[in-house]
Design a protein. Structure first.
Length: 535
């Protein structure tokens, strides 16, 4: 593998240094490199070769990263599956990606992975086998009507796999919100991931003495993924958290003197009440946050008053998370805004285009952000049309986000263009939820929008009932609950005769803004408050 390939991140540091802290277990960089090499051999022994895709459905654990680096060594790619996904979502990703192998675990807390898969009637044709981590006697011989093998790469004696030298090989695929029923798959090359990881490591101080990162975000999303790869690039210890738990996160920060953490404002909101009221995290140097909920900046401002170093960030599946961070010497009001200085420095370019005139705008003017940087994605898997629409002929990615550039070269993220919803930290297309709800015979049409409920972004649905056999609110919620992750299930459902529309040059358009106003009015009129339930 070339110096620009993924393998360099697992082998450039002194092998005896601690790279991972996993409960009471420590793993050195040398031990991890050996695990990644064994995983590469195991994948090759099970028929995975250059250009193949391996779907990974695991919580944060060392096997996730070993599969990433193992796949990279043989030129294969990992397809990241959110552990909160349900049958419809997993089925779509397996079919869409053409994955030949699915790696999963039996269960985790309330998640029964095999039970979720049992609801899939027609498994992806490309899928050849399923590998189970921590397999035991209770492991079935078949899952999805495919043979099951134990993921025993760390123990099995397999022949080493020849390394593939191709830094431009696609190594990771992540989902992103789309304009169709299912999300698109964003492709990232080894070269792009390595370049970005190194840039993040330097820009955010992970290379400095004593740096230590808490991996509280899931690796299946770019937010958690990019933090982990940056720590590896810097040679900083990575404290593994299989999933986010506020009390456990506070404990780990204190126990391991964690200096760096990345997360949503909601995660930090849960942590602070469980920590000392002033200077709650003395070791903290950079606590980067993304404001996914109303009042995020005000929360961060108060955090600085308690000596919590909250810095605004920006990123996406296409340009990778942690694309930028606000400067430490910036005034507080700027330091806590989304955006900042690109971690790639002068190698990254950010510009703003007027959404109406398509003209490039000067500093201080708001428009659509466009980005060109070494860490940009290679395109959408098997979707050249969407790729061409997103990437201009000059290589700039049209983000779909609204923002402005400052005179000092930094920029500010303001809001998301269009109707994509940010739910539980994930960008979700309303159409993905609408398509599932439409499967009910009692639903003629449906529109889904996001509003704030009890301080959290939740989705609600407006349904036009079918002429015969109209669905109830409970029916709509039930079908969504069976098919979708909990954070995508509508909190409330209202029935209407028609949707508010407007006539434009391109035809009749549904006014989602009006629907949001209607939802807020309906919620205000409710006799009791709705509580937030994330299960």
């Amino acid at each position: 593998m070339s110096d620009e390939g993924l393998g360099v991140l697992s082998s450039q540091h002194a092998f005896e240094r601690i790279g991972f802290l996993d409960g009471e277990r420590t793993i050195t960089f040398g031990e991890f490199d050996a695990l990644a090499r064994k995983t590469a051999g195991w994948l090759a022994a099970h028929g995975i070769a250059r250009g193949d895709r391996v779907a990974v459905w695991l919580v944060n654990r060392i096997e996730w990263l070993a599969l990433l680096f193992g796949a990279g060594r043989i030129g294969a790619a990992v397809v990241a599956i959110n552990t909160r996904y349900r049958a419809a979502e997993v089925s779509y990703l397996l079919e869409r990606s053409g994955a030949r192998l699915l790696v999963l675990q039996h269960n985790f807390r309330k998640i029964d992975f095999a039970a979720v898969l049992s609801e899939i009637a027609n498994p992806a044709r490309s899928l050849e086998r399923v590998a189970v981590v921590d397999a035991d006697r209770a492991t079935p011989e078949k899952i999805l009507d495919r043979p099951v093998v134990a993921f025993d790469a760390f123990e099995a004696a397999v022949a080493p796999a020849p390394a593939v030298t191709d830094a431009d090989a696609i190594v990771a695929m992540f989902t992103t919100s789309g304009t169709t029923k299912g999300p698109k798959l964003v492709m990232h090359s080894q070269r792009g991931i390595v370049a970005h990881a190194r840039a993040v490591a330097t820009a955010m101080g992970l290379e400095e003495e004593g740096a230590c990162l808490l991996a509280a975000l899931p690796f299946c999303g770019v937010f958690g993924f990019c933090g982990a790869t940056a720590a590896l690039a810097a040679g900083a210890p990575l404290v593994l958290a299989d999933t986010f738990d506020a009390a456990e996160a506070v404990r780990l920060v204190h126990r391991h003197s964690v200096t760096h953490m990345f997360g949503s404002d909601e995660m930090y909101r849960r942590m602070l009440p469980l920590a000392p009221p002033h200077d709650p995290f003395p070791s903290a140097r950079v606590f980067g946050y993304a404001a996914f909920n109303p009042g995020g900046e005000e929360f961060a401002r108060k955090g600085w008053g308690k000596r919590v170093p909250f810095f605004g960030l920006y990123g996406s599946s296409e340009v990778q998370a942690l694309f930028s961070i606000q400067r430490a010497d910036a005034p507080l009001d700027e330091r806590i805004q989304g955006g900042g200085a690109p971690v790639a420095g002068v190698k990254a370019e950010v510009r703003v285009r007027d959404v109406d005139t398509a003209q490039l705008l000067p500093a201080g003017k708001s428009g659509e952000l466009e980005i060109r940087a070494p860490g940009n994605f290679a395109g959408y898997w098997n979707d050249p049309q969407a790729t061409a629409q997103a990437i201009g002929s000059d290589g700039f990615f049209r983000t779909g986000d609204i923002g402005s550039v400052r005179g000092d070269g930094t920029f500010v993220y303001e809001t998301r263009r269009g109707d994509a919803m940010r739910l539980a930290g994930f960008l979700v297309s309303p159409m993905e939820i609408e398509e599932v709800i439409k499967e009910h015979a009692g639903v003629a049409d449906v529109q889904v929008v996001a509003v704030e409920i009890a301080g959290h972004a939740r989705c609600v649905a407006f349904v036009i009932p079918a002429a015969r056999g109209a669905a109830s609110e409970a029916d709509v919620i039930a079908i969504a609950s069976r098919r979708l992750a909990a954070f995508k299930v509508p909190a409330r459902v209202w029935f209407v005769a028609e949707f508010p529309t407007t006539q434009s040059a391109n035809g009749v358009k549904i006014q989602r803004g009006k629907l949001r106003e209607m939802a807020l009015a309906n919620l205000k009129a409710l006799p009791t408050k709705i509580s937030f339930n994330e299960t």
